[in-house]
Write a protein that binds this ligand. Structure first.
Ligand code: CDV
Length: 311
């Protein structure tokens, strides 16, 4: 019998700096309500879904920076989301800025959680590929200070058995790197969940701006196909504090085909019925890792970070 998961990609339109979390959660609850009407089992929200994309600003006051972080999950503001999802028997992925304390010091991550339909947090992920820069670069139209505000994630890419399948998570820039998907592929992942905030304008390489949606599709479709897994990519998008973020939230089959895609740059629920067994023919044939991979020839991938050209 097919293992069906009805997935809702809950794209969010822009969140302005003045929008408080209560207002954002009300928008998310509306998308969750729509998901329930569509019979969804799983809803995927974007990266840093509770606030505006704050790494676009240089900030020096740690109190101001910390105002964008969550110190507990669920928090007071997100508790209604957890409660409504549990009532609706829907699992969800949520991206947020996490502040935690370990070894007597504060640590900050760009994080996501996977919540099962019974309300239990079954998976945690902390973003590994942090794009942008760590210092103020005033020449840019806007900053991208993820390297300043977050530590590199320390949990690797896990895969969790829940909702009748094998689910993995990554966050935004991670989706551009084949290693992200392959580490999950090597754990048999059947569906990769990824939230993103992708400014259309890339200050160091503006010649790429017109290709933003193409690159978004290219990496998620190839990640899906090369690992025989579904990929659900969900944007926060539209014009946020004067900065345009792309939409194009997509549900992509293990064949690499886009099954459903957002039409707007606003709050929008994109729904697809996903057969988790659809990846099997890829995993057992063309991408049968156990038969065809040659890891002894891949050593450079883990031994070398940057490219070194031959002499
Ligand atoms: N939030 C992100 O990770 N954004 C990057 C941009 C800066 C290129 C992305 O890969 O979409």
């Amino acid at each position: 019998m097919a293992r069906m998961v009805i997935v809702g990609a809950a794209q969010l339109g822009p969140i302005q700096r003045t929008d408080d979390r209560g207002r954002v959660v009300r928008r998310m609850l509306e998308l969750l309500h729509q998901a329930k009407q569509h019979g969804c089992n799983l809803v995927v929200f974007p990266e840093l879904a509770l606030t505006t994309f704050f790494p676009r600003w240089w900030m020096e006051d740690q109190g101001e920076i910390d105002s964008f972080f969550e110190t507990s999950m669920p928090s007071n503001e997100t508790a209604p989301l957890f409660e409504a999802a549990k009532q609706a028997n829907i699992g969800f992925y949520l991206g947020f800025a996490e502040k935690t304390r370990t070894g007597g010091r504060a640590r900050r991550f760009n994080a996501s959680i996977l919540v099962a339909p019974d309300g239990a947090i079954v998976g945690r992920y902390r973003k590994i590929h942090l794009p942008g820069h760590g210092e103020h670069e005033p020449w840019r139209a806007f900053q991208h200070l993820e390297k300043r505000y977050f530590e590199v994630g320390d949990l690797g890419w896990g895969v969790w058995r829940t909702m009748g399948g094998l689910f993995g998570m990554c966050i935004c820039n991670d989706r551009r790197w084949p290693e992200t998907y392959r580490v999950m592929g090597l754990q048999g992942v059947e569906m990769v969940l990824v939230g993103y905030n992708t400014p259309r304008h890339n200050p160091p390489s503006p010649e790429h701006d017109r290709l933003s949606e193409f690159h978004n599709q290219l990496v998620m479709q190839s990640g899906a196909y090369q690992n025989g897994a579904w990929v659900v990519g969900v944007a926060k998008c539209g014009i946020e504090e004067g900065c345009e973020l792309i939409g194009a939230s997509s549900i992509i089959a293990p064949s690499g085909q886009v099954v459903a895609q957002a039409l707007t740059q606003d709050d929008e629920l994109v729904v697809a019925r996903c057969d988790l067994d659809l990846g099997r023919s890829y995993k057992e044939n063309i991408f049968n890792f156990a038969v065809h991979r040659q890891p002894e020839h891949y050593r450079l991938i883990v031994e070398r970070k940057g490219a070194v050209e031959p002499r």
